[in-house]
Design a protein around this ligand. Sequence first.
Ligand code: GLV
Length: 319
Amino acid sequence: MKILVTYDMFREGFAELESKYEVTFPEGRDFTYEEVFEMIPEYDVLCSMFDFPVNKELIDHAPKLRLIANYAVGYNNIDVAYALEKGLTVANTPDPVTAPTANIALGLMLDTARRITECDRKLRTLGKDMKVGVLENLGMPVTGQTLGIIGMGRIGKALAKRANALGMEVIYHNRRQLYIEDETKLNVTYVSKEELLAKADFVSLNAPYTPDTYHIIGEEEFKQMKPSAILINTARGPLVDEHALVKALREGTIHGAGLDVFEFGDYPLPELLEMDNVVLTPHIGTQTMETRIIMARTVCNNVIGFLEGDRPVSRVLRP
Ligand code: GLV
């Protein structure tokens, strides 16, 4: 049984898998698509990173492949419909990413609302020329405000708990409404997307990236939001029309944004870098050493569970 890992990772997380099977890793860098394409015909299992494209061409070039074990909860990098049609199993890593991603969403909310990074940057760059004083650098209160969560899966729920602890009201929109017991436990209220956009002081995107969620927030949606609203995106960049976001921020259609992901790859549109009311982080939602290792262990559990049937596999059941 041969296993190909496309990315460089702390090996500690892969110890059990390496003790049982032949595992190929890149050293000190990730494999390129071309390298993986060349090697894949020999492999039974592919462990892919969330930005590695597992497309039809690659799947068709992999006669032995049985499992694609993604290192992420998101699987928009994989042509899941085609993989399933070809009889492959696709697995992901939902549990370990939940708390870290919710923490980054909360961090971006607080930072954008209370202007933490902006003040830090101004103190460093302007020094004593920075305007300070009790009426300067006013922010948003957060406590007592309304958070609207779009996508009430594991991460949305974890963020709702954190927001409740801060004394926020939480409304949400989701493909399906939660059971009443869950709504009561989480202290959240289901609303339409329109109502959420109209009422929320913060709109947080916590939905997967699918054809249905592409540009779920664009020009029309910005117009429905409050001029004081702050948009938070820790999901996937293309959920937001980033050009429309630049326009909405410039024209004051909304107040601010906290973004961990960007529409056009690893970096934001340059206009966003110029805006003080925007906080930007480079997809660090799960970026702690502990989470990296637990995610790797979860990938290994998925692979071993699939091959040996001795533990549960987190299967992706539909695109
Ligand atoms: C990270 O972005 C993930 O999907 O787990």
